[in-house]
Design a binder for this molecule. Structure first.
Ligand code: SF4
Ligand code: SF4
Length: 183
């Protein structure tokens, strides 16, 4: 009985081995689909379905700016707290402008004081913490976040993964320079 069992097991094992070798042989004959990074890179058309680090969508009327309105909803939605957005500040008013506003108000005129542009001056995603869950992409009301197809997010330290999403947008507002401290 035990001899029959051993024989059946040997035949089953041999069959499994042959099936495995057949699969290996089939793939061995197919063209290579991996690339030798960094000497070679994947063709852009082969990365369209890849879900890479998040990116901002360009503004439809001005592609030098992102579509972000600095509403901060993605910051609240991110479970990993890896998004930092800083809104553009209210433009500074010169003393002359302030005086003109006050005089106009004294005359009973309706004064429209400058307000903060609805734009970010800083937009950082700490990709070392990001789980690519997509909650920020879904939460963004103007639909200005998307997943990039960037395969090559590499670095030698954590700071390399702090992605500045405004870099592709040279028309973005810049953070105001730090105020000089009085000595
Ligand atoms: S994909 Fe998820 S973890 Fe990554 S930034 Fe968006 S909300 Fe945060
Ligand atoms: S990316 Fe979208 S949700 Fe986030 S601050 Fe900009 S507009 Fe708001």
């Amino acid at each position: 009985m035990s001899t029959i069992k051993t024989f059946v097991r040997s035949v089953t094992d041999l069959w499994s081995l042959l099936v495995g070798l057949q699969i290996t042989g089939r793939y061995f004959r197919q063209p290579q689909i991996t690339v030798h990074y960094p000497r070679n890179v994947v063709a852009p058309e082969d990365t369209v379905s890849y879900r890479g680090p998040i990116a901002l969508v360009p503004h439809p009327r001005d592609p030098t700016k992102s579509k972000c309105t600095a509403c901060m909803i993605c910051v609240a939605a991110c479970p990993s707290s890896c998004i930092t957005v800083v809104k553009a500040p209210v433009p500074e008013i010169t003393p002359e402008q302030e005086q003109a506003f006050q005089e106009a108000e004294a005359r009973g005129e309706e004064v429209e004081r400058p307000t903060a542009p609805r734009e970010p001056v800083t937009w950082i995603n700490d990709f070392s913490l990001c789980s690519l869950c997509g909650l920020c992409v879904e939460a963004c009301p103007p639909r200005c976040l998307t997943f990039s197809h960037d395969l090559y997010s590499v670095g030698t330290g954590r700071d390399a993964f702090k992605h500045d999403l405004l870099i592709p947008y040279p028309g973005s507002l810049k953070p105001p320079p730090p105020k000089a401290t009085e000595s």
